[in-house]
Design a binder for this molecule. Structure first.
Ligand SMILES: Cc1cc2nc3c(=O)[nH]c(=O)nc-3n(C[C@H](O)[C@H](O)[C@H](O)COP(=O)(O)OP(=O)(O)OC[C@H]3O[C@@H](n4cnc5c(N)ncnc54)[C@H](O)[C@@H]3O)c2cc1C
Length: 547
């Protein structure tokens, strides 16, 4: 038995109530909201869902402690409400994490200001989260910190979504179940405007090259850092650019000896805030803020940013032995912040806003500017309400309260284990990435040993998850699967051998011929190396540290 992705039916001449352009977390959330409100919705993504900024974030679900410094109480409160909602609704993907805020004697932030800020942050967040914070975490960190400086360490809780790609995949399934038509690898070439009102879009299927015209009553431009480009292509003139792109870069390292178990929030060499976070069995260090007006699809960290992040890490933990060879990979994204040329990037608000293009001569078109992973669902509700597509009752998917989330996940692991054929580690891995859907995947896996086989010899994730991604989650390419639906290729020991093994095992079940397998593998490798980049240049700082 072989499996096939659903057929992409023609869209030419179809009419929708809403077309959402851009399948990042915001676009997918908006499409889900509009479809659930009963509106005929089309979601179009030029690459793959979550392949843009959404997969390039630091992956913290937070109120933004730092935004309190800019008196953004409303934003912090809104974000913390959303954090609570995500913890409750998606306990398998979003979990509390213990943070340690470490500041040395040269910090411009006083202990009193920090304590007050943390008190306020906890109050706004509705109390403490159960983040497993421990005295040992702090002692472990203190052993690593530069002993030549005097440190103040503060403890607080926030949340982490290690794989926002998976959150987007789940919301996408919910959008399509509610009736939305979702099309990845399809680019909007231009928005059609007639008599000062939008009437539809011209699409190009990136796989077949076919162009189609589709009509709509409303168009939502949720293209993040690409937002101005859509307007330029469609000759819609805004008084000034809507987005001021600010690049943020990360480096990913192996867990070094003594690496903290808690997430560390601290100051970089220039006193900017940075994070050192346990992520995906590795250590994620970021981020930077560099103005970037280039093509967001080609964004990559500069050697200076990589140097800066490594210098900051070694300044914090001088005893850690690192060399450039230890950097597993780096990645960067462009924050689609509101255009504010006179402001320092750190000070530009992270609050989203919805730009109505009626005064620009394009009625019924809204552009989404800014936002955070954390607030995407709330942004979607506001956007749907702006176009009159609010749901009567916005019932939430109450899977579990934070307290019994773990019990529920354990129950699913046991249920899968009891069916036989799947080890407990695999069952847990599937549950952690797919939540309730893990039960269907494990049922499919019972059909054959090929479906139960691991994707490569280093992972507990199995071929059935990849098949489910193709048949049920809109994946079209091997990259869609291995980088986003079943993101094993972000893992600690992924190598070209793993890619070949995974392609062969998935291809055998999907019924790919030799050419198809080779094409999928080649496209995947080129996408992975463009996204997760090994630093090109050996920095002098790193070399010195390695000596
Ligand atoms: C470095 C960095 C760190 C961050 N850290 C955090 C964090 O820790 N926590 C947090 O809450 N937020 C964080 N954020 C913010 C968060 O990642 C973004 O706000 C969010 O991902 C934006 O989502 P989006 O859907 O608006 O944009 P995107 O994810 O960029 O989606 C836009 C999509 O539009 C598509 N598109 C563009 N043009 C077209 C076209 N013509 N036709 C069809 N599709 C098109 C693109 O391919 C893209 O997939 C961070 C951002 C960055 C850059």
């Amino acid at each position: 038995m072989s499996y096939a992705p659903p057929i992409r039916r023609p869209l030419e001449g179809e009419r929708f109530h809403v077309i959402v352009i851009g399948g990042g977390i915001n676009g997918v959330a908006i499409a889900r909201e509009c479809a659930r409100a009963g509106r005929r919705t089309l979601l179009v993504e030029q690459h793959d869902f979550a392949a843009g900024t959404t997969s390039r974030a630091t992956r913290i679900i937070h109120g933004g402690l730092r935004y309190l410094e800019h008196a953004e109480i409303g934003l912090v409160h809104e974000s913390l409400v959303e954090r609570r909602r995500l913890l409750r609704e998606r306990p398998h993907l979003v979990h509390p994490i213990h943070f340690l805020l470490a500041l040395d004697q040269n910090s411009g932030r006083s202990a009193l200001a920090i304590r007050t800020g943390l008190w306020l942050y906890r109050r706004l967040g509705g109390g403490k989260l159960q983040a497993g914070s421990s005295r040992e975490d702090q002692q472990k960190l203190e052993r690593l910190l530069d002993s030549g400086r005097r440190w103040s360490v503060f403890s607080y809780e926030d949340a982490q979504c290690e794989f926002p790609e998976r959150l987007v995949a789940e919301w996408l399934v919910e959008a399509t179940e509610a009736g939305a038509v979702a099309r990845n690898h399809t680019q909007v070439l231009a928005v059609d405007v007639r008599h000062r009102r939008v009437v539809g879009v011209l699409l190009r299927d990136q796989l077949s090259g076919k162009e189609e015209r589709v009509e709509a009553t409303w168009i939502i431009n949720a293209t993040g850092p690409w937002a101005d480009r859509i307007c330029q292509r469609s000759r819609i003139q805004t008084p000034h650019p809507m987005v001021g792109g600010v690049r943020g870069s990360h480096i990913v390292l192996p867990r070094f000896a003594g690496a903290p178990d808690a997430a560390v929030y601290t100051e970089a060499v220039d006193k900017r805030p940075i994070f050192v976070i346990p992520w995906n069995e590795q250590v994620l260090v970021g981020t930077t803020e560099v103005s970037d007006q280039g093509d967001p699809g080609k964004v990559q960290p500069s050697p200076e940013e990589i140097d800066y992040l490594v210098r900051s890490l070694l300044h914090l933990f001088p005893g850690v032995k690192l060399s450039t060879a230890d950097i597993r990979y780096t990645f960067a994204g462009v924050r689609p912040l509101p255009f504010a040329p006179k402001e320092n990037a750190s000070a530009v608000t992270r609050k989203h806003h919805l730009h109505d293009h009626a005064p620009d001569g394009a009625e019924h078109m809204i552009s989404v500017i800014g936002g955070k992973l954390t607030t995407a669902a709330e942004l979607a509700r506001q956007c749907a309400s702006k176009i009159g597509a609010s749901r009567k009752s916005s019932k939430t998917l109450a899977i579990a309260s934070a307290q019994n989330a773990e019990l529920l996940l354990d129950r699913w692991v046991i249920e899968i284990g009891n069916r036989g054929g799947i080890s407990e580690d695999t069952a847990r891995g599937i549950v952690e990435w797919h939540g309730r859907r893990a039960l269907d995947i494990s049922r499919m896996a019972l059909r054959s040993a090929e479906l139960r086989a691991p994707l490569c010899s280093h992972t507990e994730h199995i071929v059935a998850e990849a098949v489910d991604a193709f048949t049920g989650e809109g994946a079209v390419t091997l990259g869609d699967v291995l980088l986003r639906r079943v993101p094993v290729a972000l893992g600690a020991c992924w190598s070209p051998t793993c890619s070949r093994e995974a392609a062969a095992r998935i291809g055998a079940v999907m019924g790919w011929n030799e050419t198809q397998s080779a094409d999928q593998l080649e496209a995947f490798e080129s996408e992975r190396s463009a996204f997760l980049r090994k630093p090109a240049r050996v920095s002098s700082v790193l070399e010195a540290a390695a000596d």
